[in-house]
Design a protein around this ligand. Structure first.
Ligand SMILES: Nc1ncnc2c1ncn2[C@@H]1O[C@H](COP(=O)(O)OP(=O)(O)OP(=O)(O)O)[C@@H](O)[C@H]1O
Ligand SMILES: [Mg+2]
Length: 404
């Protein structure tokens, strides 16, 4: 069928034509926004899950829902790079909040509280040099949010902006994608601001998305984090939602799916949204009639897998050093895992402790995570199968293969 009309959207953060299976989380979000509007904010949602399950898309949906209700919404994405300092974070956050305030000025008006909020945003960036990017047409509010202590200043900022929002019966939402990559000090500062505004019933939410280690990172940053946030594990789609994700976008373009063909895509994808998009896209391109058939699905899955191998999987494989690869190969013997770190070490003929640095580097690169103490698992679904395709000899002959 015409590739130009292909509705499927494999990629990072690309909104799918059908956001399937996330009704529960979206309803929870709407309830939280409504509660905050009436002065009873609840614990903010934090989404955790493997690569490609649809965290970014869902977090973006949260932001859109907030904006639709007239909230001031700022969307940030954390980075792992060393230059992601407190100062850089401050500038980015301030520019984001300033932009969000400009967006809502029309509906919020520019009363005293708004003036104070804008002044705090400006003072928040004082003393860190780069004020140029933050365009706020008011005087900085000296002495508020400019102490240089990020936790204190962020709390002041949150309080000022949320006070302006509450006067209008709305709120402030900051979304942070890849939140597990924020340094602990920044996570702690965000927790502090959320804690204070929560105690004062101010409508201020920080909602994040990240890898499965995110709840652990937050707990490490701030011991009361688990009471500030409500964690949601975002996983593969259940069968009916996966069926919708495969078939509805086609129907919107007047293309039908043979039921068996759709089932093949669901099975091959294990319900993982990214894989669904990739396989369905290739199946569509292969189809020559207005109904996508079994052979289209079969060829779509094969094509899709090679695209995933080249992109999603190999790009990560390439990031691993030879010793890290040996570790991943040893893990892959457990399939999707999780693996016991002790067993992986034994397979490599090493002591668990001596592999600590290798494991830490793999975690830092975002390739694996520790679901529980002493365990280790892949962050990308299907990675073990990829390794089996890539390194068949090493997997089947671990001792000789792994030591070579
Ligand atoms: N609920 C859904 N229904 C159908 N497709 C979806 C759904 N959620 C996400 N997708 C699709 O899955 C792919 C991955 O989505 P997204 O980038 O949001 O995942 P992610 O969890 O943020 O991944 P990563 O951890 O790599 O950032 C995209 O192609 C998107 O269109
Ligand atoms: Mg993402």
């Amino acid at each position: 069928m015409d590739p130009a009309r292909n509705p499927y959207r494999p990629g990072a953060g690309l909104r799918p034509p059908e956001l399937a299976g996330r009704d529960l989380e979206i309803r929870e979000l709407e309830v939280l926004l409504e509660q905050a509007e009436s002065g009873r904010p609840g614990p903010a949602l934090v989404l955790a899950g493997l690569r490609g399950v649809g965290k970014t898309v869902l977090l973006n949906e949260f932001a859109t829902r907030g904006r639709t209700r007239g909230w001031a919404v700022t969307q940030l994405e954390a980075r792992r790079e060393a230059e992601w300092t407190a100062a850089a974070f401050r500038t980015l956050l301030a520019s984001g909040v300033a932009a969000a305030l400009r967006e809502v000025t029309g509906s919020w008006g520019f009363g005293d509280r708004m003036r104070r909020a804008a002044g705090t945003v400006k003072s928040f960036t004082l003393g860190i040099g780069n004020v140029a990017s933050v365009q706020v047409d008011v005087e900085a509010l000296r002495g508020v949010g400019d102490s240089g202590n990020l936790a204190l200043d962020l709390t002041e900022l949150a309080r000022s902006v949320a006070a302006a929002a509450s006067e209008r019966g709305v709120g402030v939402l900051i979304t942070i994608d890849e939140m597990q990559d924020l340094p602990l000090s920044l996570l702690a500062a965000l927790c502090g601001a959320a804690h204070m505004t929560g105690q004062r019933d101010l409508p201020f939410y920080v909602m994040g998305a990240g890898l499965p280690n995110l709840p652990g990172r937050l707990a490490e940053a701030q011991s009361y984090a688990e009471r500030l946030f409500s964690y949601r594990v975002i996983g593969p789609l259940a069968h009916d939602a996966a069926f919708d994700a495969v078939t509805l976008p086609g129907l919107q373009e007047m293309a039908a799916w043979d039921v068996d063909a759709a089932e093949m895509i669901i099975e091959a994808s294990h319900g993982y949204p990214y894989f669904i998009q990739q396989f369905a896209k290739e199946a569509w391109n292969h189809a020559s009639t207005a109904t996508i058939q079994r052979e289209d699905a079969q060829s779509g899955i094969a094509m899709g897998l090679s695209v995933l191998d080249e992109g999603l999987f190999r790009s990560r494989w390439a990031r691993a050093t030879p010793s890290e690869r040996r570790y991943l190969i040893a893990m892959a013997r457990d399939g999707e895992g999780p693996s016991q770190a002790g067993e992986v070490a034994a397979r490599l003929g090493k002591k668990t402790n001596s592999l600590g640095p290798v494991r830490a580097n793999l975690i830092a690169k975002g390739l694996v995570y520790a679901p529980e103490y002493g365990q280790i698992a892949f962050t990308v679904p299907g990675f073990a199968d990829f390794i089996a395709r890539e390194e068949p000899t090493e997997i089947s002959d671990p001792i000789n293969g792994l030591r070579s």
